[in-house]
Write a protein of this length. Structure first.
Length: 161
């Protein structure tokens, strides 16, 4: 990606109609460049505010702290525009959890969400982990296509702070 500041590993490319490239970038743990390069964190905040109900209203300080605590971070770029994001945490052997997987609506249906989740699952923090969990309200069909299953023998428990 010539001229791009957010690449921390070699991105994968996807050609869009008209020749424009979309890049999926697997960042180093803690998303350092997303946290500190000018404009990157603001784009993440905008993406989450406009395309997720669960992450709406997160401050830049909170987003910086969230990224610092994430062991896997993946972003999707159309040129210099952030159009997708996801992150994960893991103990590296038994359990991992995917968080905040979002693709801008106008980019959905192009396989970008699949590529984003695949990049998270193949990250060093998650590769080989026994079980990967996620929580979804309205995307269970999408995650089933990626091999996730609903677990009726477990209950989601929540403790609000």
């Amino acid at each position: 990606m010539s001229g791009s500041n957010h690449t921390q590993r070699t991105p994968t490319e996807h050609q869009r109609p008209g020749g424009a490239s979309i890049h999926v970038v697997a960042h180093r743990a803690r998303g350092l460049l997303l946290r500190w390069l000018p404009g990157q964190l603001q784009q993440l905040q905008k993406l989450l505010n406009q395309h997720s109900f669960w992450a709406h209203g997160r401050s830049l300080v909170e987003l910086r702290r969230m990224l610092a605590g994430s062991q896997a971070v993946v972003s999707v770029w159309d040129g210099q525009q952030l159009v997708g994001f996801g992150r994960a945490n893991s103990d590296g052997i038994y359990r991992a959890v995917l968080w905040d997987v979002v693709v801008e609506e106008s980019y959905q249906g192009q396989g970008l969400g699949r590529r984003l989740v695949t990049a998270l699952l193949s990250s060093p923090a998650l590769a080989g982990v026994e079980r990967v969990y996620l929580m979804t309200t309205n995307s269970s069909g999408f995650y089933r296509q990626l091999g996730f299953q609903q677990v009726s023998s477990q209950q989601l428990m929540l403790r609000s702070q």
